[in-house]
Design a protein around this ligand. Structure first.
Ligand code: HEC
Length: 124
């Protein structure tokens, strides 16, 4: 029992410590944890394997973007796979998409939790 309490305490201190030292936004943390290894640090993807994020899609294809992240892709334009991220809540999804907007210095309007929840409902 004492061991369990100690490890709980340790986990608490660790997460409090990480939260205190981590100045990255939630969107950046999610991106670096879950998206980086395919889309790369700069969002430019991987040569001909994964295409760069394009601003016009963040303006015109917001429905497709949200559904792509939630449901993943069997095959993108380049024939490659993207896993589904259906565990992200609306705010996390909005934050990671907004992080990409910032990363690529896009003028596309920011995503809000409300917009993401509405678009998400419409994914098939
Ligand atoms: C295993 C690799 C992989 C991971 C991990 C991954 N993606 Fe993707 N993603 C892809 C591929 C492949 C495509 C299709 C792009 C293409 O056709 O080249 C794609 C497409 C997209 C698109 C649509 C882009 C467009 O212009 O239509 C968005 C938005 C996106 N990913 C966001 C994310 C986010 C956000 C994460 C992390 C939460 C993520 N992806 C993680 C492989 C990945």
């Amino acid at each position: 029992m004492k061991g369990a309490c100690n490890s709980l305490l340790f986990a608490f201190l660790l997460s409090a410590g990480l939260a205190a030292c981590d100045f990255r936004s939630q969107g950046e943390v999610i991106y670096q944890h879950s998206c980086n290894y395919c889309h790369m640090e700069d969002g430019n993807g991987l040569a001909r394997l994964i295409l760069p994020f394009e601003e016009h899609r963040f303006v015109e294809d917001r429905q497709i973007l949200v559904c792509t992240v939630v449901k993943g892709l069997d095959q993108g334009d380049t024939g490659h796979f993207m896993p589904r991220f259906d565990k992200l809540d609306h705010a996390q999804l909005a934050n990671v998409l907004n992080y990409i907007r910032g990363l690529k210095k896009m003028q596309a309007p920011p995503f809000t939790d409300l917009e993401v929840s509405r678009l998400r409902e419409a994914c098939h």
